[in-house]
Each structure stands twice: as C-alpha cells, then as structure tokens.
Design a protein around this ligand. Structure first.
Ligand code: C2E
Ligand code: CA
Ligand code: CA
Length: 394
C-alpha cells in the first residue's frame, strides 16, 4: 500500500499534524445489564485519496517507523479531552505495541497526560498482547503502569502463546478473549469449553473477562450463561468519533434487572454451594453421565448404602437399587430435553429407611445433556407435613 517506509513516515507524520488521524471509541458493555462501562480507543486515518485506512494496515508500518508513540500521544490527549464531557466512571483502553512497552518512560507519559487533562489514571486500561511478555524490559514498564494506577488488559487472548502462567504471575485486571474464539464458540464445543475455563479462571484469580467481536445475540446469550462479565463487538456498537459518544451513552440505558439477575451467583459460589450438598451426611447426591456411570457421589450415600460412597464411583447405576435406573429411564422417556423435567420415587435404603429421590437432567451452556443429578433425603427425618404427603403418595 505504501511504496516505501520513508514515504509512509512522511505521509503518517503529515496526517498526524493535520488532524487526519483521530481516535474512535468502541463501547465495552457489562453483560449483566448491557450498560457501557468504557471504550476502547481505536485509531482511524482518513486519507483524501485512499479514504479510511484501517489500523491493521498502518499500525505495523508506524511501528517499524518508530511512530506509534506519536500516535498514542495524540490519541491519549484527544481521548482525555473528549472524556471531560463524559460520566466519571467511563474507562478508556489504549492499545500499546510490544515495541512501545520497551520504553519505561511510557508509563509516566501516560499518567501525566491523564492527570493534566483531568482523567483518572485508574480509569485507564492498557491493552497489551502476549508477544509483549516475552521481553524483560516490558515487564518493568507494565509494573510501573500498575504502580501509577493504570489497569492492564491482556488483548487477543488465545491467538498467541496463551501461557496460563502469565495469567497467574502478571498483574492483569482484564483478559480479552479473541474474536476467533467468540466466533467458533457457538458451533464448537472445544472453543466453548476454553471460554468457560478462562471465565472460571478469571473468577478464581480475580481478573475480569471481555469477549471481543460479539456480533450475534446467540453469542451474547451464551457468554452471559457462561458467566462472562463484559463484551465488545458490533452487536453493541462500532467504533464512533468522540462526538457520537454521549448520544451512544444516552441510548444505552441499562436494561431493567429482575431481582434474580441482581443476585446472580458466580460460578465459584455455585460450586461451593454444590460441594456443601455433596458433603452432607443426610442428603443423597449423585451425578451420573449419559452412559449411566456414577461420576460423583456425596457423603450422604454412606447412610443410604452403609458402604463407602467412593466404592460406587465409576460403576454403572445398576450398582444401586433398581429405582435409581428406573428414575432415569422415566426422564429419558419424556419428550425432548427439558431442563426442568424431574422424575421422583420412594426407595428403601440398606437400613430400611425410606428415601424420597428425585432425578433431573444436567445440561451444559449449549443445553446439551451431560448427565443426570439425583438427590434424595430420608423421609423419616422430614417434617410432619412432609411425612403426611409421602404417606398419601404411597
Ligand atoms: P484490536 O485491539 O483487537 O481491536 C479490535 C478490532 O476489532 C478493531 O479493529 C475493531 O474495529 C474490530 N471489531 C470490533 N468489534 C468487532 C466485531 O464485532 N466484528 C468484527 N469483525 N470486528 C470487530 P480495528 O480498529 O481495525 O483495529 C485493528 C487492530 O489495530 C486492533 O485490534 C489493534 O490491535 C490495532 N490498533 C488499533 N488502533 C491502535 C492504536 O491506536 N495503537 C496500536 N498500537 N494499535 C492499534
Ligand atoms: Ca485491543
Ligand atoms: Ca483484541
């Protein structure tokens, strides 16, 4: 596109001075209520002859010509100035190349520009790619930016080296899952599992996850079910000039929330809650896979079977009284897969206690059945009204 690096340098320098390169702002939204939490600042070059030139064309040239610092300075100043009109909670994310990160003055330049133009450094997000982490010099710049209050995001996660060690050792506050995963996720189980795992890691290690390139409501719904906190993509808005940000903010009023979504539990909390059920000596909990093999059992199976619950793991459900297998046959006989469908029975334990057991299908994020949950509790220890209820049932 450009005949030589020196021609590019001249054209780029002129465009910067003449104001033909401007920041555009792409919204980043919270998936919980679709409110805009911030914007990624993306460079746009408008050329009289060539029209709008994409950063994917010019960033590499500008990097080779050592001109990305001039670009970043311009984008930062214009963005911070524009943000003076915006609500104070709005964050701004800037892309920084691995070359730029080698310069340890970058952190102070960024911090000073924010302070001078009244933008809080803690609302600044620096997006870096995995390639940056291969160099020691970058690490000290990253740490300096952190100490000055800026947040660090790992951009395009999944396209580079994707070492999980980096997620653990580096001070990321956000991981941005690359478009390619988001695109593949609705059709490919493997991509879905990877996105789910990264979201789970984020909840355990304390970073937030932004899914990039979200274009369809199907992707949005799946990400919400997985527990991903934020998203960016054409579904929520393209990158717009500064003048269009306030109207965009006004149009994106948070969606009204039901009591249920406000109290949505994290995956970790759900896991803790489920594991407390598994530890109960009173409640019978079993998970069997689609082939009816027992994958997991809780401590409550001891009281029911008077045998070590671990003994049943990996065995077919027929190792338990026939009522268990019958329950699942009843569920399977129901039309289609309904996550709310249940089958229940009364079964007698090894010690002649009567148990009420109930089975339900377990679906993954794509509503594919992955097995069955069975819960049970001894009727004898239930309350008087429950006893009456079961007496009638029999
Ligand atoms: P990126 O950091 O991954 O930025 C996201 C890119 O995806 C942007 O392309 C954005 O317009 C595009 N995008 C956003 N939502 C969607 C979507 O739903 N579908 C599709 N198909 N694309 C979407 P853009 O603006 O062309 O930027 C390309 C890349 O150039 C950026 O990728 C970033 O790596 C780089 N870049 C952009 N501005 C700057 C800058 O100021 N400095 C540096 N160093 N790099 C920049
Ligand atoms: Ca980016
Ligand atoms: Ca990206």
């Amino acid at each position: 596109m450009f005949s030589s690096q020196s021609r590019f340098n001249l054209a780029f320098a002129a465009a910067l001075i003449e104001g033909r390169i401007r920041p555009h702002f792409q919204p980043i939204v919270s998936l919980a209520d679709q409110s805009i939490t911030g914007f990624e600042v993306l460079a746009r070059w408008f050329d009289e002859d060539q029209g709008s030139i994409s950063p994917s064309v010019f960033v590499e040239y500008a990097d080779r010509g050592g001109m990305l610092d001039d670009l970043l300075d311009l984008l930062m100043r214009e963005a911070f100035k524009a943000a003076q009109q915006w609500p104070g909670h709005i964050t701004l994310a800037f892309n920084v190349s691995p070359t730029q990160l080698r310069d340890c003055n970058l952190a102070t330049r960024l911090h000073d520009a924010a302070i001078e133009l009244g933008f809080s450094p803690s609302n600044v997000n620096i997006e870096i790619t995995e390639a940056s982490m291969l160099e020691d010099a970058s690490l000290s710049t990253i740490n300096k930016m952190r100490s000055l209050g800026c947040a660090i995001s790992l951009d395009d996660f999944g396209t580079g080296y994707s070492s999980l060690t980096w997620l653990r050792t580096l001070p990321f506050s956000t991981v941005k899952i690359d478009t390619s995963f988001v695109r593949a996720m609705t059709g490919q189980k493997e991509s879905r599992k990877i996105v789910t795992a990264v979201v789970g890691l984020g909840q355990s290690l304390g970073f937030s996850v932004i899914a990039e390139g979200v274009e369809t409501t199907e992707q949005q719904e799946l990400l919400t079910r997985i527990g991903c906190s934020s998203a960016q993509g054409h579904l929520f808005g393209r990158a717009v000039p500064a003048a269009e940000v306030l109207p965009m903010l006004a149009a994106a009023q948070p969606a009204p929330q039901g009591a249920h979504s406000r109290t949505r539990m994290s995956r970790d909390n759900l896991t803790y809650q489920a594991s407390s059920l598994y530890q109960s000596s009173e409640i019978l909990v079993l998970f069997v896979d689609n082939d009816l093999n027992i994958v997991n059992t809780g401590a409550g199976l001891y009281r029911f079977s008077e045998a070590d619950p671990m003994r049943f793991k990996g065995h077919h459900i027929s190792a338990l009284p026939p009522a268990f297998a019958i329950l699942i046959e009843e569920l399977r006989a129901m039309d289609g897969v309904d996550e709310n469908a249940t089958a229940s029975r009364v079964v007698t334990s090894h010690a002649n206690e009567r148990y009420s057991i109930i089975a339900q299908v377990v679906l993954d994020e794509m509503k594919d059945p992955i097995g069955y949950s069975i819960f049970g509790c001894p009727i004898e220890t239930s309350t008087a009204p429950e006893r009456r209820l079961y007496a009638v049932d029999r």
